[in-house]
Design a protein around this ligand. Structure first.
Ligand code: DQA
Length: 153
């Protein structure tokens, strides 16, 4: 019989943020709010801990670095929460990296990209994500975590 893995010793969920999201709190606050990325990461880590789960949080402005972390999550992670920022709308490399994963991927956007410019209406991430959370502000990250944890058990 397969050995049961409890959440507390499950692999971490990767929370990956792409370009310009390091400037959350300062960047276009009328669109993205005043919460910083550090605040979001602390909120997600606390939310995970309360559910006996853990997260690995990373941010990069570089596409290849995000690809490398997605590859890392293939073996070291139990899920990926990804806000790829503007790479959402441009990156076949991120699409291809995510397509290699056997773990759930949730795409997150703080803003409702469908209410914004038409160049934000196409996502290379959505076809390889289990689900998309968009326009619900920074709470989207904890909602994504709950969605993944609902699948893990
Ligand atoms: C974003 C939306 C993207 O269109 C934009 O390029 C971002 C942030 C969001 O969280 O709403 O950088 O992903």
């Amino acid at each position: 019989m397969a050995k049961q893995t409890s959440r507390s010793n499950a692999k971490p969920i990767y929370v990956l943020n792409g370009p310009n999201l390091n400037l959350l709190g300062q960047r276009e606050p009328h669109i993205y709010g005043t919460t910083t990325l550090a605040d979001i990461e602390a909120m997600v880590a606390k939310h995970a801990k309360a559910r006996s789960a853990s997260v690995t949080c990373r941010q990069s402005n570089h596409e290849g670095e995000l690809v490398d972390w997605i590859h890392e999550a293939r073996t070291k992670g139990s899920g990926v929460i990804l806000n790829a920022g503007a790479y959402t709308h441009t990156s076949i490399a991120l699409h291809d990296a995510l397509a290699t994963l056997d773990i759930p991927v949730i795409e997150v956007h703080i803003s409702n990209v469908y209410k914004r410019e038409s160049f934000r209406h196409h996502s290379y991430i959505s076809p390889v994500a289990k689900g998309v959370i968009c326009g619900l502000g920074v709470q989207g990250y904890t909602l994504a975590l709950d969605a993944i944890l609902a699948d893990i058990v």
